[in-house]
Ligand binder design. Structure first.
Ligand SMILES: Cc1cc2nc3c(=O)[nH]c(=O)nc-3n(C[C@H](O)[C@H](O)[C@H](O)COP(=O)(O)O)c2cc1C
Length: 237
């Protein structure tokens, strides 16, 4: 342990600049440095009525009151915007389906770059369940689904054909959770759900252990916000 405030280099550390791509490794380490990344398995419906399904590990929740989520879709290998982005913008809707260990092969099958007229639910062999508030179907086998209203796209310029990215933000307007994954204490049974996440390269992880830590200090409101206590997340009126 170093003395606080006095920094002295005691390790050898590699440093590189992404603009120069001078990491010198056989594999670009960037995508393995922000892990694990949850997988937003996004379903949409095209203007022609074809159902679309694809995984995005550049995915996150952004806030909770109201809840928003985002996924970031790079361009295709031949420089087109991905079908999921086009559909979310045109229809004004998308659905997030949680990807789990049991669903890993189906999730992977749905990642194939196929023409927009291909129904990726069929390609992946998963079942369509109707949504309540949006037209895009849910993955019936998934334990958690969010129905989302399209909010905004932020487009970041890229250096390469695939580098340009569409960050699609949606407001979560409906949430489905299978009862079998809700514990008597009102929390989700994450170990039973066993979500999967990306580690960069071709590597994945799944959640097989959970531990609890509570922020020390007197701020009861902060703690109950973290825990998602009923009074912080329930109806406003
Ligand atoms: C686990 C996993 C995560 C992925 N994450 C992303 C991502 O974050 N952004 C992206 O552009 N593509 C990602 N892909 C690739 C897309 O799923 C793939 O390009 C897909 O064909 C897009 O489908 P669409 O054109 O129907 O939208 C991922 C693939 C896998 C298997």
């Amino acid at each position: 342990m170093q003395q606080q405030g006095l920094y002295k280099e005691v390790y050898t550390i590699m440093f590189y600049e992404p603009e120069k791509n001078n990491h010198g490794l056989a594999h670009d380490p960037f995508k393995s440095c922000v892990v694990p990344r949850p997988i937003g398995w996004i379903s949409t419906v095209g203007a022609d009525g074809v159902h679309n399904l694809a995984p995005f590990s550049q995915f996150q929740n952004l806030t909770f009151d109201p809840p928003y989520v985002m996924f970031a879709a790079n361009q295709t290998t031949d420089g087109r915007r991905k079908d999921t982005v086009v559909n979310a913008e045109q229809s004004g809707e998308f659905v997030y389906n949680m990807a789990t260990y049991d669903l890993r092969e189906a999730m992977n099958l749905s990642a194939q770059e196929v023409p927009p007229e291909v129904d990726e639910f069929e390609l992946a062999g998963v079942t369509k369940a109707p949504s309540k508030l949006v037209k895009a179907p849910r993955v019936a086998e998934s334990p958690v689904n969010f129905e989302c209203r399209y909010h905004q796209t932020i487009r970041l310029p890229g250096n390469s054909t695939m580098g340009t990215v569409d960050i699609v933000i949606g407001q979560v307007i409906g949430i489905h959770i299978k009862d079998e994954f809700i514990q008597p204490d009102g929390k989700l049974n994450i170990l039973k759900i066993r979500p999967i996440a990306r580690l960069g390269y071709y590597d994945y992880t799944s959640i097989e252990s959970v531990f609890e830590m509570i922020i020390p200090g007197p701020d009861e409101k902060l703690r109950s916000g973290m825990e998602g206590k009923k009074e912080d997340t329930g109806p406003k009126d």
